[in-house]
Design a protein around this ligand. Structure first.
Ligand SMILES: Nc1ncnc2c1ncn2[C@@H]1O[C@H](COP(=O)(O)OP(=O)(O)OP(=O)(O)O)[C@@H](O)[C@H]1O
Length: 477
């Protein structure tokens, strides 16, 4: 393995890397950086925690130092927290340049952001929705001269999931120059390779880490098979065990909904575990504050939805617990990738109910690794079962007495307005659809009932005919 100088980086950048403990390039850096420095488009697919961020930050800073102007580089990323993390890497590594970077994400003040954009920062790190809003609403900045477009977690940006970025991306791509370098990075690029290729203009340099498995070797991947009703007792037991056995630990627990995230946080707090949450129904400032407290180990447990599944780099995280089994192997790969980063060890434990076993099989097939059972003293779990379930129910009742569900409804309405839809009309349409659906259901039920009746009638007739035949036969005999 060479060093950063031999890859073409200037001394000042090599020195900056050293100060951060980045001495030798990782494979994704060693392979992608020379191609980027040569001016090629690049697609890099490497495992979680393998240094993909520096693989694009360093060549951009190198090129920027040769010809500094703003706006030079645009980085797009799917989550707000990740945007701040990437901007921080640019800021720290680019300090000797006096780098001006600007973060454009939702949930923060638009006017301040518009001002920052008009000051021509060297690097803009953004989530697509908010940047597209700025493009639609103002003409105080230009991206006509950008040299680099980077899509971090590119497969997520281009897939049509529950947050669909494709329309916003169209708006953004429209104002970018055709002549630019485009880079796409993710740990799961290969899943959507063809769509991604169309974003890169020239025939891109493609690099993928050669490995049979898709998760890192340092990660010990475990599962616990549990009935749904005992899941929380297992969770409390696991955390208690980690607290008893380790001094220096922090855990991320992933769950599937904001509500579940909130209830679990309340429940674990009742057991005096230092817990904090991160989900999309929280105010953005609270999200940042909670993440900062978790990073600083003020709170050792973070309960999060998949908003925290990708990209977050928190070296102290030794354990990831999946409170629900992820429906897609890709989500599993990113979630468990929050631990065992940059060569460190880590453990992931997935709580699996009998209904999720098929999901575990498809995860194992994708990652080419068999999950091992995590040994637990069932007796100990059963001892706390009632207490845990009662506490959870109490927390559910407490949450129901707050405006959590209403807030969810308001958020939905806000989203509809942002999408240019009328919430009243949508509600009416939904109600009508519901009415049609229930009418259809009733109709189906009626048909089935009448088919059933006909069948029974047929049976009766057949029986009657058969007995008549028998009687006739007996009479002639
Ligand atoms: N060459 C290097 N040597 C040592 N550490 C490095 C090197 N390059 C990056 N790192 C560190 O490795 C950690 C993980 O890097 P990074 O966050 O870029 O991973 P990633 O590949 O983007 O992961 P993910 O797919 O989860 O987003 C960071 O803390 C980073 O500072």
């Amino acid at each position: 393995m060479g060093d950063f100088s031999s890859l073409g980086l200037s001394d000042w950048l090599v020195k900056q890397c050293k100060q951060l403990g980045i001495n030798k390039p990782t494979p994704v850096q060693e392979n992608c950086m020379p191609a980027i420095l040569q001016g090629r488009d690049c697609m890099g697919c490497a495992k979680t925690g393998s240094g993909k961020t520096a693989a694009f930050v360093l060549p951009v800073l190198q090129k920027l130092s040769e010809d500094p102007y703003g706006i030079f580089c645009l980085v797009l990323t799917p989550t707000r927290e990740l945007a701040y993390q990437i901007a921080e890497q640019f800021r720290v590594l680019g300090k000797p340049l006096g780098l001006k970077e600007c973060i454009i994400v939702g949930g923060m003040d638009m006017v301040t952001q518009a001002l920052e954009l008009s000051n021509q920062p060297h690097v803009v790190v953004a989530t697509p929705g908010r940047l597209a809003d700025h493009i639609r609403s103002s003409n105080t900045f230009s991206m006509k001269r950008i040299q680099f477009l980077i899509l971090d977690e590119a497969d997520r940006l281009l897939e049509q999931g529950c947050t669909d970025f494709t329309k916003d991306l169209e708006v953004i791509l429209e104002i970018l120059p055709a002549k630019r370098q485009t880079m796409l990075f993710s740990a799961t690029l290969t899943d959507t390779l063809q769509e991604l290729k169309s974003i890169a203009m020239n025939e891109p340099f493609f690099w993928e880490s050669k490995s049979e498995t898709r998760t890192v070797e340092e990660l010990d991947q475990r599962y616990i098979l549990t009935p749904e009703k005992v899941k929380d007792a297992y969770l409390v037991h696991l955390i208690q065990t980690f607290t008893d056995e380790h001094d220096d630990w922090s855990i991320i627990i992933f769950t599937n909904t904001c509500k579940s995230c909130q209830i679990l946080t309340m429940m674990l707090r009742e057991f005096n575990f230092p817990t904090i949450s991160l989900h999309s129904m929280m105010k953005q400032k609270q999200r940042f504050a909670n993440l900062a407290k978790f990073k600083a180990s003020v709170y050792k447990i973070l309960i999060a939805t998949d908003v925290a599944a990708r990209g977050l780099d928190i070296p102290t995280v030794q354990v990831v617990i999946n409170h629900n089994t992820p429906g897609l192997p890709k989500i599993y790969i990113h979630r468990v990738g929050r631990t065992a980063r940059a060569g460190r060890n880590g453990v992931s434990i997935t709580l699996v109910t009998q209904y999720d076993i098929h999901l575990i099989h498809s995860i194992e097939e994708q990652i080419q690794t068999k999950l091992k059972e995590y040994p637990v003293e069932e007796k100990e779990v059963l001892k706390i079962l009632t207490q845990v379930n009662v506490t959870r129910r109490e927390c559910e009742i407490k949450l129901e007495s707050t405006d959590f569900d209403e807030k969810k409804e308001i958020n939905k309405r806000k989203q509809l307005i942002l999408e240019g839809k009328d919430p009243e009309l949508e509600a009416k349409r939904k109600a009508e659809l519901e009415k049609i659906r229930s009418q259809k259901k009733k109709f189906k039920q009626k048909i089935q009932e009448s088919i059933q009746k006909q069948k029974q009638l047929k049976k009766k007739l057949m029986k009657r005919r058969q007995t008549k035949k028998k009687e006739a036969a007996q009479a002639t005999a």
